[in-house]
Design a protein around this ligand. Structure first.
Ligand SMILES: Nc1ncnc2c1ncn2[C@@H]1O[C@H](COP(=O)(O)OP(=O)(O)OP(=O)(O)O)[C@@H](O)[C@H]1O
Ligand SMILES: [Mg+2]
Length: 430
């Protein structure tokens, strides 16, 4: 059984002692304090699960203490204890987050029931948290990165994921992991139980953008499905709408999206009823949006709506410390997948990977390791298995020969097909 910790705050010594004894008998860990100030000092060291807080305290009042506790330690449950005359004060203080109140003289049986319910809700909350963490560990692809640059990105993602609706724009070269970051944001956010809907803005035909995004009513236009259609925006309700390749949206689609982002309202094509949804927008692009804005190809007002928080993912060439950890991660992943015995990368191959100029970023590295593990035998991945002949390209870095480039291009279809990123298998999905 978990021994829950209860702090009692009451200025009357007799009340403190009586309550402490009774609760200790019930196997709770109990500490008693005569003022709010003293309990705050104690909370700097050890946080209790629950506080029984008298309302009429000398110094800081019980209600003031409740407000502060809930602001700083929202997970600590507070139950107010009040004299009959003060019930009104306590009832209005419930809005500050008190779990319950109990009137003096305390009926022990009633208090024990309230405590049991409170602790049940704590253990349920912990269970949900554990399940969520387990789900993340088992299902989310790993985002590997040890460089300072990528650690900064991960730090920002962890912070902003906590809000359910802040719009986020992810920028980075092709293959740097923008989609992976969008997934991490969704699954780490309060919307994680809702859907993650991906819209590839570059792939939707121009004249279908509005109906794809916002849906249509039956018979809205010739060729429309008779039963009507729910748009992607609506499908993303209480989840995340990932607008991939947002830099490719047509001017018309940009205008429609802007109207929706301004007030969260939209109409289905052919419809007259206004709809609203709650969703978080994550947009991504490998284009230079500032350049597109300067050229009049992307609306600046839309940019500001999308980029409430902007995440720049540096290219792999800018964070060379990440190359080997990522390569080793893929080596194990593909070794398992192809039932091979790879356990290490040869030092010469490591050096070549570190020196290479990665124009396709992590995707190119992934493809190279996939090809190597598929075609070679192991247990060590050699430089010849990587499919490039190395030469010094003037910057002191190895570049791939034309022949090797050609080979890789030829195999590209094979390499990227059927690739599913493995879960982190007990590691942290970052
Ligand atoms: N840091 C990383 N750790 C592990 N895998 C990664 C990492 N970054 C990217 N990948 C993998 O590399 C591949 C490319 O990543 P992703 O599709 O997210 O890139 P992208 O930035 O969206 O590229 P594009 O602009 O071409 O759409 C994916 O298989 C992804 O899982
Ligand atoms: Mg992408």
């Amino acid at each position: 059984m978990i021994a829950y910790t209860i702090y009692i705050v009451d200025d009357e010594a007799v009340a403190r002692k009586g309550l402490s004894l009774a609760l200790k008998k019930k196997q709770y860990v109990v500490k008693a304090f005569e003022s709010a100030e003293k309990v705050f000092d104690a909370m700097e060291n050890i946080l209790p699960d629950l506080i029984l807080m008298d309302v009429g305290l000398p110094g800081m009042s019980g209600v003031e203490a409740l407000k502060r506790i809930k602001k700083r330690f929202p997970d600590v449950i507070v139950i107010m204890i009040t004299a009959y005359e003060d019930v009104q004060t306590v009832v209005s203080a419930m809005k500050y987050g008190a779990y319950e109140y109990i009137v003096k003289p305390i009926q022990m049986d009633a208090l024990l029931i309230i405590l049991r319910n409170a602790f049940d809700s704590i253990s349920m909350r912990k269970e949900i948290q554990n399940l969520h963490d387990k789900y993340l560990n088992e299902n989310l692809p790993c985002f590997i990165g040890e460089s300072n640059l990528i650690q900064d990105v991960i730090g920002v993602v962890k912070k902003i994921a906590k809000s359910p609706d802040t719009s986020i724009l992810i920028q980075g070269e092709t293959g740097t992991g923008k989609e992976l970051i969008a997934q991490a944001i969704h699954y780490r956010s309060p919307n994680f139980q809702g859907p993650l809907i991906t819209v590839n803005c570059a792939a939707i035909p121009r004249d279908l953008v509005e109906s794809e995004l916002f849906g249509y009513e039956k018979g809205a236009f010739s060729g429309a499905d008779q039963s009507g259609k729910i748009g992607m925006v609506e499908q993303a309700h209480e989840g995340t709408l990932f607008l991939d390749e947002v830099g490719d949206l047509s001017a018309e689609a940009q205008a429609k999206l802007l109207r929706f982002l301004e007030n969260g309202e939209y109409y289905r094509v052919g419809g007259t009823q206004k709809h609203t949804v709650k969703t978080r927008i994550v947009a991504a692009t490998n284009k230079d949006l500032s350049g597109l804005i300067a050229d009049g190809q992307f609306r600046e007002d839309l940019y500001f709506r999308l980029a409430v928080v902007k995440i720049e993912i540096p290219s792999l060439n800018e964070r060379r410390d990440d190359i080997l950890p990522i390569a080793k991660h893929f080596l194990l992943e593909f070794s398992r997948k192809f039932s091979k015995t790879f356990t290490a990368i040869d030092p010469e191959a490591e050096e070549a990977l570190k020196q290479y100029v990665w124009t396709g970023n992590v995707r190119e590295l992934r493809n190279m390791i996939e090809r190597g593990t598929l075609l070679a035998e192991g247990p060590t991945l050699k430089v010849k298995d990587l499919g490039f002949e190395t030469r010094n390209n003037g910057n002191g870095r190895h570049a791939r020969s034309n022949k090797a480039r050609h080979m890789l291009k030829k195999n590209h279809g094979l390499l990227v097909s059927s690739v599913i990123v493995a879960g982190c298998g007990g590691g942290v999905p970052f």
